[in-house]
Design a protein around this ligand. Structure first.
Ligand code: ATP
Ligand code: MG
Length: 338
């Protein structure tokens, strides 16, 4: 039996370089390996947990994310691309799984903790946001996924799913599959920082991203703003590499590692200005983004075709979900009429 792959993104904005290195690149490679049944979900229900007052934003970004998928090379002939809210079985599974997780366990989730802080919920934390790791377990298990290609911030979610699967199977019988996270082999790609500095991950919600759809002028302006070494005032001064976001990006994106090593040495010695290093980074990034940008513009000419991809993918995902749900209901003894 072929293995199953599932992953997804929240339609809270367009996709950025963090998504590209954290997950998109891996999933396109695995799709093309032919070894997996691939499912990629646009997580609009999850996006609404912290954007429930902005339904139009979420709706618009479902389309934008779909365009990004096609632009990076997800192929609807090989990958089922679908919309979370249109799979009612996911909501049903979430309700059943809620019994298997304590509130204390949810409150301990380090990623959720960080997000609660950065989103400034205070005492107004929506219940739906706190329980999103449970709904994510439904997303992963509905198609019995074996692997989930994600960035590092998602590891606690996969762990939570594994716990739910083990608990479910031990109580109701062996129905669900325990998934494994697949994170990038290169450590720096697991959590790409935003342009404002290495402390914060690039995130749609934090306005610190370089988007796959950014045009060359926008890209140039963002690279110019990027955080370097604040103590590196004159070109002749020695500069720091550690914590210098421009060099972090070069480590992730530049393939000419010998040249990057030379730049680093020169920068630390003094005599190499930020403008020059940023000029090289711009060249490297545009080399990656220009073809993606072009393909995106092509797909954007026919929005109806993009929606058709989502419609077909969603119909197939519903078939798969119905089969799993029937097994789950039987195992839980709630299949009253057969
Ligand atoms: P939001 O701010 O709305 O949560 P996001 O930018 O965190 O958006 P998600 O849709 O939550 O993006 O994440 C989608 C996938 O991309 C996940 O697998 C996540 O781990 C990965 N990812 C997101 N940001 C990064 C990043 N900066 N570096 C590496 N991977 C990332
Ligand atoms: Mg996120």
């Amino acid at each position: 039996m072929r293995k199953v792959l599932l992953t997804g993104d929240r339609p809270t904005g367009q996709l950025h370089l963090g998504h590209f290195v954290g997950s998109l690149r891996n999933r396109v490679a695995l799709q093309n390996s032919g070894d997996y049944d691939c499912f990629v979900m646009i997580a609009d229900v999850q996006a609404l947990t912290d954007n429930f007052k902005s339904p139009q934003k979420v709706r618009d970004n479902v389309y934008e994310v779909a365009l990004d998928y096609l632009a990076v090379g997800l192929d609807p002939k090989k990958t089922t691309i679908f919309i979370q809210s249109l799979i009612p079985a996911l909501a049903e599974l979430t309700i059943y799984y809620m019994n298997l997780v304590t509130v204390a366990r949810l409150q301990r989730n380090p990623t959720v903790k960080t997000e609660i802080q950065s989103k400034g919920f205070g005492k107004a934390l929506p219940t739906g946001f706190l329980v999103y790791p449970i709904s994510q377990a439904a997303d992963i298990t509905f198609c019995k996924a074996h692997v989930v290609p994600v960035g590092e911030d998602q590891l606690p979610m996969i762990e939570q799913t594994r716990e739910i699967v083990r608990t479910f199977n031990s109580i109701y019988g062996d129905v669900l599959v325990e998934p494994e996270a697949l994170i990038p082999s290169d450590e720096k790609s697991r959590r790409l920082p935003g342009i404002t500095g290495n402390d914060t991950k690039m995130s749609k919600s934090l306005n610190n991203g370089i988007y796959l759809a950014d045009d060359l002028d926008t890209l140039r302006a963002k690279v110019r703003q990027m955080y370097t070494d604040p103590g590196h005032l004159k070109v002749s001064d020695p500069g720091k590499i550690e914590g210098n976001t421009v060099f972090t990006y070069l480590d992730v994106f530049a393939t000419d590692t010998a040249y990057v090593a030379e730049l680093k040495e020169h920068y630390q010695r003094g005599g190499l200005g930020d403008v020059k290093v940023k000029g090289y980074l711009l060249e490297v990034l545009d080399g990656i983004l220009a073809p993606i940008r072009q393909r995106r513009a092509e797909y954007a000419k026919d929005p109806a075709a993009v929606y058709e991809v989502l419609k077909e993918g969603t119909a197939y995902a519903n078939e798969v979900a119905a089969a799993t749900l029937a097994e789950v209901r039987a195992a839980m003894k709630i299949d009253y009429f057969g």
